[in-house]
Design a protein around this ligand. Structure first.
Ligand code: E4P
Length: 217
């Protein structure tokens, strides 16, 4: 499963890349706002850190204007994936862009039927939002199970990109269910390292080593 960082924070992206944990980046208008930077400048900088897909989202809601914004965004770098919402205009834009060889991430997916539509429109990625589903009392991961079954039934090539990831259990379940990608805030990815037995074991090894009085090299 590929790991994308769900952030526009350059330092956080760089730290993940340096640890070999970064396969791509997703941004959205809220994350650009949080970064407090110009969308073109910050996205360009992200594309110098990773050669993996970097999602940049259009904000227009009508097809022609979406296409105009997509033209601007895709000029940023070769690894830009244009993010469009799961609407009629969004999928029309998706079909046109993927037909031209541009990667497209269809976002704001909340049902398996919506994911089916995105696959039929040729989406490169579908982004089902699991955390926002959990927030309203529906088990978000059930959506991933259903989309995996539907995509496998018809051999759709659209990649399932689990989004709105809030905790390590979402990542664990995404991998078990065979999601292609998950995107998470860096702080959630770092939590995957945590295990008390790792800390305890390391402490014991270091204590025993110290008592030998030896040095390596
Ligand atoms: C990613 O593509 C989505 O925009 C993001 O994961 C949404 O996450 P949130 O529900 O935590 O805002």
């Amino acid at each position: 499963m590929k790991f994308f960082a769900d952030t526009a924070d350059i330092d956080a992206i760089r730290e993940l890349a340096d640890t070999g944990l970064l396969d791509g980046v997703t941004t959205n208008p809220s994350l650009i706002k949080k970064a407090g930077r110009d969308i073109i400048e910050v996205t360009k900088e992200i594309c110098t850190i990773t050669t993996g897909p970097v999602s940049a989202e259009v904000v227009a809601t009508e097809h022609d204007e979406m296409m105009r914004e997509a033209e601007v965004l895709r000029k940023i770098a070769d690894n830009i994936a244009i993010k469009v919402p799961l609407t009629k205009d969004g999928l029309k834009t998706c079909k046109k862009l993927t037909g031209d060889g541009t990667m497209v991430n269809v976002t704001l997916c909340f049902s398996a039927n919506q994911a089916l539509l995105a696959a039929k429109a040729g989406a490169t990625f579908i982004s089902p939002f699991v955390g926002r589903h959990d927030d309203v009392g529906y088990p978000g991961m059930e959506l991933i199970t259903d989309i995996r079954i539907i995509y496998d039934n018809y051999e759709f090539e659209t990649q399932i990109l689990v989004a709105s990831v809030r905790n390590p259990i979402h990542i664990h379940d995404s991998a078990k269910l065979g999601a292609d990608v998950m995107t998470a805030p860096p702080e959630v990815i770092w939590k995957l390292f945590n295990h008390p037995l790792t800390d305890k074991g390391l402490e014991a090894f270091l204590k025993d080593w110290e008592s030998t009085g030896q040095k390596i090299g």
